[in-house]
Design a protein around this ligand. Structure first.
Ligand SMILES: CC(C)(COP(=O)(O)OP(=O)(O)OC[C@H]1O[C@@H](n2cnc3c(N)ncnc32)[C@H](O)[C@@H]1OP(=O)(O)O)[C@@H](O)C(=O)NCCC(=O)NCCS
Length: 166
């Protein structure tokens, strides 16, 4: 299957929120308000993915900065393992790199094996653990990737105000 990427448009919001509800369990899925807050940050950008004649099946929200941040990446179950997550992640990394980010970081739940396999495949390394990070009590792993020299771990200096990002 081939996918097109484009920037988020305001009319996409409800679709993205519904995708997030399907992708994450209660306690980790965002409320509409939470998703809006992350997407509307001045440093944030959102890229969506859709098949040529279809509806949005996936999206990524990321934040620019010296160390960029992957806030969330969501692929509907039916579209997984067809490369769309990789397309979105690479597009976000390129945009972060172009905006001056030297590294990128993210958090993901310790029990999210698919996400850990996905990020490791893309050169991310685990650098820290946040105990009971999510509101369901699950720990988060902090992963980073150096964007200047692919694959080298870099610390995020992550602030806990970003709680529940993933
Ligand atoms: C994690 C996620 C974004 C991956 O998206 P995807 O489109 O399926 O990923 P890709 O098809 O680009 O996979 C690339 C590689 O990642 C690894 N990978 C992805 N999903 C995997 C899985 N379930 N098990 C093992 N490895 C996996 C594989 O190496 C895969 O390559 P391969 O298919 O050639 O073996 C998707 O599973 C998802 O949206 N999950 C729910 C939400 C979530 O957990 N997001 C991440 C936390 S923010």
């Amino acid at each position: 299957m081939s996918f097109q990427l484009r920037d988020f448009r305001p009319e996409d919001f409800e679709t993205l929120w519904r995708i997030d509800q399907e992708c994450f369990p209660p306690g980790i899925a965002y409320s509409r308000q939470e998703l809006k807050i992350y997407m509307r940050r001045s440093a944030s950008f959102t890229i969506v993915a859709l098949p040529e004649h279809g509806q949005i099946v996936a999206f990524i929200v990321a934040g620019k900065g010296a160390v960029g941040h992957i806030i969330t990446i969501d692929v509907l179950a039916a579209a997984r393992r067809s490369g769309v997550g990789s397309l979105l992640l690479r597009a976000a990394e390129q945009r972060l790199q172009a905006s001056g980010s030297k590294a990128v970081g993210l958090e993901t739940a310790v029990d999210n094996a698919p996400a850990l396999a996905f990020y490791k495949r893309h050169g991310y390394c685990v650098v820290d653990t946040y105990p009971r990070y999510y509101s369901n009590g699950v720990d988060a792993l902090v992963l980073t990737k150096d964007l200047a020299q692919d694959g080298h771990p870099a610390r995020d200096g992550n602030d806990r105000a970003k709680k529940k990002t993933r």
